[in-house]
Design a protein around this ligand. Sequence first.
Ligand code: PEP
Ligand code: MN
Length: 346
Amino acid sequence: MLILMKNSATREDLIRVKKKIEGLGYRAHEIPGAQRTAIGITGNQGKVDPDLFATMSGVEQAIPVSKPYKLVGRDAKPENSRIDVGGETIGGPELAIIAGPCSIESWEQLIATAKAVKDAGAKFLRGGAFKPRTSPYTFQGMKEEGLVLLREARAQTGLKIVTEVKDILTLPAVAEVADVIQIGARNMTSFGLLEAVGDLRTPVLLKRGISSTIEELLMAAEYILARGNLNVILCERGIRTFEPATRNTLDLNAIPVVKKLSHLPIIVDPSHGIGLWEGVTAMALAGVAAGADGIMIEVHPHPSEALSDGSQSLKPERFKELVEKVRRVAEVVGRTVSPVSPGVAG
Ligand code: PEP
Ligand code: MN
């Protein structure tokens, strides 16, 4: 059940409705929108009687929700959510350009990549400090030391930091540094972790699970919103199919489908989506054409020496070309890419 408040509803009206919901033993979730606020009701086993709310002051309508998710759906908020990341917006007209190495490997590698991606137009630096790898015998990341390097890279470049959290144990350390906390594909259904980031207010980049449906992705996001963190950005990063020629199959269909079902922004990660550096630019352009709110690209100064995902990482000069092409496609779909600030490369 969703309670849609009138445009003219007062704060007192809202509080009264929330109190009534809580008095019935349910939870009330406020979802502010541009035109009106919606209040989602969760915790009810059976149907909630809309008549309990219909005549209350400030209430426009009480509507039953047929979908399994309540807070991430368009019913709760008809307009697109814009996520504020320390002054940068994800989900507005400007595309979010996120780039950096798969893993942080050294200060030299990180700062060289950070300066290069900034020079190409990125506003966000990605880099994994805690790496959830398929094999326990491959590089697991620089861990806390990597977080220290990320903090320093932000101080030197001003780029916002996107970094992955692997488990609840290391969440406090990651949350201290991250401007955006990434939940990787392997953790999309780690419900305890979803709840833990839901208790924060730091934006969360939630990647689609390797074999997860779009509805499962939205339900994972629902876990985060249900705990009060409305700052969720979804990410299509490819799904496992029968096709062995590419690492994954980038499901471009997911972008317009998610846009229809949810108000949350969705970005595309063509690096993991295809897994081959030669195809990354084409799939980034396709993602933007499909309506993605941004791109996340793996960039490494020496891909052949990378400790993880070198085969899908772009050299900085190729990344720069990619951004210029994205700029042109963005124009076709009514989006923008921020102009490059000159002279940042060192
Ligand atoms: C990554 O972003 O480096 C990563 C591990 O991605 P995914 O979780 O999509 O595999
Ligand atoms: Mn990677």
